[in-house]
Design a protein. Sequence first.
Length: 236
Amino acid sequence: MAAGRVVKGVKFQGLRDVGDPVELGAAYSDRGADELVFLDVKATLEERDTLVGVVRRVAEQLAIPFTVGGGVRGVADADLLLSAGADKVSVNSAALERPKLITELAAKVGSQAVVVAIDTGRGRVRARAGTTETPRETVEWAREAEQRGAGEILLTSIDADGTREGYDLEITAAVADAVTIPVIASGGAGEARHVAEALEVAQAALLASILHEDSERLTSLREELRGMGVRLRDAA
């Protein structure tokens, strides 16, 4: 998200408006999404606070769990989001700057509510919505995040993001093999086959571009995946 709207680009560039987060969230929930993730991709770049108002609006409409991230710099920020109705909070750049933040959040709200988002390119972690290179290796940072109390890893391949050419299975598998907590594969879904491949190496797969322009695609996608033998939870 950016400025309270859902946006999507390719490789984190060329962001375009694709709709209202509440309306899209409700549509995805109705069509069988297991969980939703709302990330304010410009909160850190613009040094803004979290979008608590949007979270309240979303929580009023959804019956499924949802994660919110962007601008979470401390326990107080997480408390505001969870109090507004979010089920989990996601941290990225702030955790890279101060890894102890993960431990503080886990101690206050529980590991099950702490998601560490990792944006990766060529095996290394990038910060600030993918605009800043870091010396951290992706797999090692995932391990450290788990050790510090993360309950999940949201792994986004910058090179695959928005391309609809498939997830980066190599880095996803490497991270999943290195940790014992769930890994959510993100970036690159274009068809059911890509999702099935991701679910062979990760515990969950995030979908964005493939759905934003056609939310009804989620229903047929679930049917295609079941036809491939992929086990899915029944839609709510």
